[in-house]
Design a protein around this ligand. Structure first.
Ligand code: PLP
Length: 396
């Protein structure tokens, strides 16, 4: 594997040099005001990235998975009912976590490749006149299938049903790369991590909590210690953590938010959309299909590409790594061996994306797929040439 090449896995993502340097810090006293000068601006930056005025932000030494656990363990009690759709490996894992915590999951099985069925959510919530459902889970961007879901529609479903359940959103592969509006969509807990849109090494769970969800903490009884947000809030009030924080990563987070806000969130989203459109043009030119069933659910951070029947997509990923030193994503769960994934989020330019597409063509040709070398690259080049690039400020 070459460290010179960009990675095309959907996280961890390529790191800008400035962020690599920002996480490399000398030791400092994490119970001193100096630490507060890193912590508080980082929390304020995350709040802006989430587009929230009212959320409290908590950052744990963990990953996105720890963010899921933070959401459920702080706000729910054993036996509580939660509503969740399973349409990919990440929604599946969060559901599994809920079940292991003794929650009663009302499951909506959804074909992999489709978005969350907000209409089904509305029917179920409307029928739940006793308001037994305490939380609705939504995976904003299913990284396994390259499918984005409409969180505003999930909020409308809750509102149409007049249902008070909390709305928890997994934004691990969408936040800081695709439009996310915590307040406008009435999201009660937003979960992400450091290693995707924030362009940092893995190691942080980043969680935004609405005032309503903060209230739920008072009565919820699931056990929590490491992820207790009240302990964390008490720590923050003293420029500290209940334990030892990842100081370097928090310094990087502060700088990452600065970079994203300096580029402008709308420009960040437009850059991701444009790069993704070029990748999709290449996929069409190859005569292949996305796992995502329709354009309204296409993800701007990852594309899962179906390979022809009988072809083992895992071979694509292993040959790309062995022969060309380039990392792509494998298929997960129900689509293992049937798709490979191109991650196109974080610190990425159109020029970098073209190198990934060119590599993908070489690998597919090596493996005997009927691919015309240059066909996808040319389609993406045409698209990139003809669209406005705002590359001078792009995080790269
Ligand atoms: C990556 C990812 C996760 C898991 O995050 P970890 O940081 O690996 O724990 C959860 N949900 C989604 C949608 C993801 O893309």
């Amino acid at each position: 594997m070459s460290f010179q090449n960009p990675v095309f896995i959907p996280g961890p993502t390529n790191m800008p040099e400035a962020l690599r340097k920002a996480v490399d810090m000398p030791t400092l006293d994490h119970r001193s005001p100096l630490f507060g000068q890193i912590l508080h601006p980082a929390l304020a930056g995350v709040k802006k990235v989430l587009k929230s005025e009212s959320a409290e932000i908590f950052v744990f030494p963990s990953t996105g998975t720890g963010g899921w656990e933070t959401a459920i363990s702080n706000t729910l009690s054993a036996g509580d009912k939660v509503l969740a759709a399973r349409n990919g490996m990440f929604s599946h894992r969060w559901i599994d976590m809920c079940q292991r915590h003794g929650l009663d999951v009302q499951l909506v099985e959804t074909p992999w490749g489709e978005g969350l069925p907000a209409d089904r959510y509305e029917e179920i919530l409307t029928a739940d006149t006793a308001h037994e459902i305490k939380a609705v889970l939504a995976t904003h961007n299913e990284t396994a299938t390259g499918v984005k879901s409409d969180i505003a529609a999930v909020r409308r479903a809750l509102d149409a049903a007049g249902h008070p359940a909390l709305l928890f959103v997994d934004g691990v592969s969408s936040i800081a790369s695709m439009d996310f509006r915590m307040d406008e969509w009435g999201v009660d807990i937003a979960v992400t991590g450091s290693q995707k849109g924030f362009m940092l090494p893995p190691g942080l769970a980043i969680v935004g909590v609405s005032p309503r969800a903060m209230q739920a903490v008072e009565t919820a009884t699931l056990p929590r210690t490491f992820f207790d947000i009240k302990d964390m809030a008490n720590g923050y009030a003293n420029n500290a953590y209940p334990y030892t924080p990842s100081v370097g990563l928090l310094n990087g987070l502060n700088m990452a938010c600065g970079m994203l806000l300096d580029e402008g969130l709308e420009n960040v989203f437009a850059r991701h959309h444009r790069i993704a459109e070029g990748v999709r043009a290449a996929v069409r030119a190859w005569g292949l299909e996305l796992c995502a069933v329709s354009p309204d659910v296409y993800s701007d951070s990852v594309s899962a590409i179906r390979t022809p029947a009988g072809f083992d997509a895992n071979k694509f990923v292993s040959l790309a790594a062995e022969k060309y030193g380039v990392a792509f994503g494998t298929g997960l769960g129900a689509v293992a061996g049937k798709v490979f994934r191109i991650g196109h989020l974080g610190s990425l330019t159109d020029v970098m994306a073209l190198s990934g597409l060119a590599t993908a063509e070489m690998v597919m040709a090596d493996l005997g797929l009927n691919i015309q070398l240059g066909s996808g690259v040319a389609a993406a080049q045409d698209y990139y040439r003809g669209t406005q690039a705002n590359s001078t400020k792009a995080a790269a």
